[in-house]
Ligand binder design. Sequence first.
Ligand SMILES: *Cc1c(COP(=O)(O)O)cnc(C)c1O
Length: 489
Amino acid sequence: MRNFTQTRGTDHTIAQQKNFEEAIFDPSASFGGLYTLEKIPCIDFGPLKSLSYPELVQNIFTQLGIQLNKEILKKALEHYKSFDDPQNPAPLVKIHNQLYAQELYHGPTRAFKDMALQPFGSVFSQLAHQQGKKYLILTATSGDTGPATLKSFADQENIFVLCLYPQGGTSDVQALQMTTQNAKNLKVLGIKGDFDTAQNILKSLLQDTSFKETLKAKQISLSAANSVNFGRIAFQIIYHIWGYFRLLESEKIPYGKAISIVVPSGNFGNALGAFYAKMMGLPIQKIIIASNANNILTEFFQTGIYDIRTKQLIKTTSPAMDILKSSNIERLLFALFGPNRTHKLMENLESKHYYQLTPAELQKLQEHFLATACSDSACLACIKESFENGYLLDPHTATALKAAQELAPKDLVVICSTAEWSKFAPTMTKALFDKDLSDKEAIKYLCEEKNIPVPQTIQKLFAQPIIHQDIVDPTEVKSVILQWLSDIL
Ligand SMILES: *Cc1c(COP(=O)(O)O)cnc(C)c1O
C-alpha cells in the first residue's frame, strides 16, 4: 500500500507515493520535503480500550495503513518489556483532581525518546537485515536523542551508528549516557564546537559524494533515522491513545469525554503524534504546546507567523526544546492545508526565513492548538512548587505544568512528562535549594543531604568506564569514521 505522500508535492523525479518501509529508509522527498501519511482515517476507539500496549500498536498501525511484517513488529515491541512496568510503559500519575502527568520516560535512557526509538531501532535493523543491506546512521545531539539512538541500535545487526555531540554542550549525565555505551557498532565523538557545528558536519557528510562512494565500496548506505523519520512518529501516536484509555479504565472520565493534552515541544514529533490521534477521533479538546524562552512555536500558534529572521537560539534549562526550526510542523501544515500551500510556506521559510498564515488558516490551526511559553525562572519556580506539592518533575515537564496552570482548560488535562528529573540534577538543586552544583555533586547532594533518591540507572553512570574518549576537530570527523569502519569490518 503506497499511502505515504510528499509534503511539498512532487517534482516528478522521485516516486510520488511510497509505502511505510520505503518512506523510512529513503525519506528524502521532492523540493526538500518529507514523506507523510496521505490520509488519517477516523476510527472507532471503543473496542480498543482494553488492548495491551503491543496489541494497541498493532491495531492502530493496521488501521492507519502502516504496513509492517507482523513478526518484525512483534519483535520490536518486545523492547517495551525493558521499561519499568512492562504492562504499562507510559503510566499516568495524578497531580491533582483534574490534572495528570503521563510519564513517558520509563525506558532505558529516562527520556521520552525511548518510547519511539526502542521499537524503531529494532524495526530498522530487522528490515535492513531482511534487505541484506547495511546502514550507517549519523546523528548529532544536544542531549537526549544521542543516548536514546545509541541504546536503540546497540548491537543491532546491519546497523552502525555515529553520534556527534558538542563537547561541554550536554549535561554530564547525557554525555556519560553516550560515552559509556559499549557496543562494537557504535561510535561516539565529542566535537570541538557547539550543536550547530555538530549538525553542520552531519549535513556536509550526508552530501559528501566521495564519502558516500567510500561507504558504498564497503556496501554501507548512509541513513538519517532522525526525528523527522516517520518510523519514529508512528510510535508517538500510540501513547496518547493509551493515556486516554487509562483514564477510562480508572473511571476518571466516561468514554467520549474530551481531555486536553499539554506537550513540551521542540521538533514537534510528540505533539504531532497527539494531533494524529485527535484526527483519528480520539476525544482531545486542545493540544497545548509548551515552549521555553525559545518561543517560536508559541508565536506561530498564537499569530500564524513563523519568523526566524530576528531570533537567536537561547540556551535554557530545558535544552531539548531549544529550537528555531521545528521540523515536524511541516507535516502539520500538510495535514491542514495540503501540499501546494505547504510547499509555498516552506519555500518562504527557506528563502525569507519567514511565513505567515491567512486568518482563515490561523483559525483552522487554533481549532486544535493553544500555545504558551515559560521563562527559566518561571520554570524553576514551577519545579519547586510542584515538589512542595509532592511531585518531582524535570525542567521540560515543568514548562508543560506551567502552561496547564496558565491556560487552565476546563477539561481534564494530561501533561506529557518527557524526561525523568534525575537527568537534570543541577537544575533540580538550583530550583529546589538554590544551589549551583555539577551533575555529580547535585546527585550526591539530593541523595545524601536531602534524601531524594536518584535512580540507580543514573547513579551507576558515574562508575562506568568511558569507552568513547575521542574529542575531535570538525575537520577530522570523516577520517575518524572511515578508520573506525575499517577497524571493525
Ligand atoms: C526531545 C524532547 C522534547 C521535545 O520533543 P519534540 O518531539 O521534539 O517536540 C521535550 N522534552 C524532552 C525531555 C525531550 O528529550
